[in-house]
Write a protein that binds this ligand. Structure first.
Ligand SMILES: [Zn+2]
Ligand SMILES: [Zn+2]
Length: 230
């Protein structure tokens, strides 16, 4: 690959590494949109004539639309969550942090794709009201742009009092994306039918969760009321 200086440019999926030939840009784009997650894995180029799935708007504009002005609004990067360093400083640079979380409660390892997912797993392990949880528990079919897809929620959580919840971990900046709205519409219906609760775990919800878990042994009764919904 290195020896031959070919002008055969290949497109490589920046999420999974799948390769496409230089005349397969449409297949490459469709692959990313169909298989990966908008907001987390990619964002769409905001230029209507382009709309390519990309990871970083600024870099893409520099490479492909040098004469265009950078958009002032919208997601500039396929960002997961900004990971917070131990000192509490928020790093500007997006990290695609991944790894395995060892769950004592479940006697099982769970894969996390962001520092925030890891924090949530840790909370679930420590929270005494949670008897069990599972990661990416099942698929829920949903319709997006007239086509049927599968949505796999992040977590299934079972509580001591018997009630059950489905959790989706998402930064607030991604909650209004049409694709997410479509997914969650179906998820809410599926949950309603089973009398489960569907919860989008945003930064705000996560802060509450962390506090709740941290204080759970301080005042037993004060935290028995559910204020962590929404
Ligand atoms: Zn891919
Ligand atoms: Zn573009």
């Amino acid at each position: 690959m290195f020896g031959e200086k070919s002008n055969l440019r290949r497109y490589q999926c920046f999420v999974c590494g799948l390769q496409f030939d230089n005349d397969q840009f449409d297949e490459f784009s469709a692959h990313i949109v169909d298989n990966h997650e908008e907001g987390r894995d990619y964002v769409l180029c905001p230029l209507n004539r382009c709309k390519a799935p990309i990871r970083d708007v600024r870099a893409h504009f520099k490479a492909r639309h040098g004469s265009e002005k950078l958009p002032q609004a919208g997601m500039m990067k396929a960002t997961i969550w900004r990971d917070v360093s131990p000192q509490g400083k928020t790093k500007k640079k997006t990290k695609f942090r991944e790894g395995w979380h060892e769950s004592n409660k479940m006697q099982k390892n769970f894969y996390y794709r962001s520092g925030w997912e890891k924090i949530v797993y840790e909370c679930l392990d420590s929270w005494n009201e949670v008897v069990a949880y599972d990661v990416e528990p099942f698929k829920i079919p949903y319709i997006h742009n007239g086509e049927c897809h599968d949505y796999i929620p992040d977590l299934f959580v079972a509580f001591l009092d018997g009630h059950k919840e489905i959790w989706e971990i998402k930064p607030t900046s991604q909650t209004s994306l049409k694709k997410n709205q479509d997914k969650w519409f179906s998820a809410r219906k599926a949950c309603e039918a089973r009398e489960w609760e569907f919860v989008v775990v945003t930064e705000q919800v996560m802060e509450k969760l962390k506090k709740k878990v941290k204080n759970q042994y301080l005042e037993d009764d004060a935290y028995s009321d559910d204020d962590g919904g929404e």
